[in-house]
Design a binder for this molecule. Structure first.
Ligand code: SAM
Ligand code: 2KA
Ligand code: SF4
Ligand code: MG
Length: 258
């Protein structure tokens, strides 16, 4: 089973916004998504997000953010304690909203770790990133009144205005090895994905091959994925894109710390 750290235990009274990061959870598991699926990795999950996807599988980093402030040194020390993993995945929430994410990534790179950043692609930062795992948010993510997990659609307009930034997306693609990982809810999403990929290709200098475009079924339980994964796999074959599983859902039903 994956192993998790109790972040509350590590929290120190003197660490504040200036010199640390708000951490929601820190654990060792298998990378469940994307090109590196199956790779033993330490996950550092920051709290706080600039978007509000209705389906967010990390509700306590976005809709109701919780976490403890940890210094960059304490985070690195905890990562190092998981001796078997040489990959680190920085995720959230949206890790790129935090300036200190760059410092953490630099420290991890200095220690020889391969770093993946899971990001919604709305913010560019210069940092030691080996794989930018970009998941641009489609119309299907907007928390409309009917789909709002918390309120009455108050976030819908802000989410809609902020979810796509072509400049940030193209800068990420041009600066780092990357994958574009789309959450798919149905066949109707594909025209929007095609259009967006075309827009990013136009804006970026780097070639984005169809193999760098990944389709991932939406779902946070095995039962939900059972109803969707085959359809999404068929869409990947039809359009020539890559399919990515959600191994942590298949294996552990997306339990905390997995
Ligand atoms: C919680 S997000 C954190 C990183 C960043 N904020 C982002 O959205 O890319 C991590 C990954 O989970 C995906 N995700 C979130 N909720 C999901 C769901 N219900 N089904 C499938 N993927 C989901 C996101 O698209 C992203 O690729
Ligand atoms: N095992 C596992 N793999 C993942 N890949 C991306 C994740 C994320 O939440 O960003 C994630 C996660 O939460 N767990
Ligand atoms: S951008 Fe990522 S963390 Fe933020 S609400 Fe959407 S899925 Fe959740
Ligand atoms: Mg997750």
């Amino acid at each position: 089973m994956p192993v998790a750290t109790n972040v509350e235990r590590l929290a120190s009274e003197d660490v504040t916004e200036g010199d640390g990061l708000p951490i929601n959870e820190l654990f060792c598991s298998l990378q469940g998504e994307g090109k590196l699926a199956g790779t033993p990795s330490v996950f550092v999950r920051t709290s706080g997000c600039n978007l509000r996807c209705w389906f967010c599988d990390s509700y306590h980093t976005s809709w109701e953010p919780t976490g403890a402030w940890l210094s960059v040194d304490d985070i690195v020390e905890e990562v190092v304690s998981y001796e078997k993993a040489d990959h680190v995945v920085l995720t959230g929430g949206e890790p790129m909203i935090h300036e200190n994410s760059a410092q953490l990534l630099d420290e991890l790179a200095d220690r020889g770790y391969h770093t993946t950043v899971e990001t919604n692609g709305t913010i560019y930062r210069d940092a030691a990133i080996d794989l930018a795992s970009i998941s641009p948010k489609l119309t299907n993510s907007t928390p409309t009144q009917e789909r709002d997990p918390k309120g009455d659609g108050e976030w819908a307009t802000r989410h809609e205005e902020q979810r796509i930034d072509i400049d940030a997306l193209s800068e990420l693609v041009d600066s780092y090895e990357s994958q574009l990982k789309f959450v798919v809810t149905g066949a109707e999403d594909l025209s929007e994905i095609n259009q967006l990929v075309q827009q990013i290709r136009k804006a970026a200098a780097t070639t984005i091959s169809d193999d760098d475009v990944l389709l991932m079924p939406e779902g946070v339980t095995r039962a939900e994925l059972d109803t969707k994964r085959n359809d999404v796999a068929e869409l990947a074959m039809e359009y020539g894109y890559r399919y990515t599983p959600r191994l942590h859902v298949d294996l552990w039903n997306d339990a905390p710390g997995t």
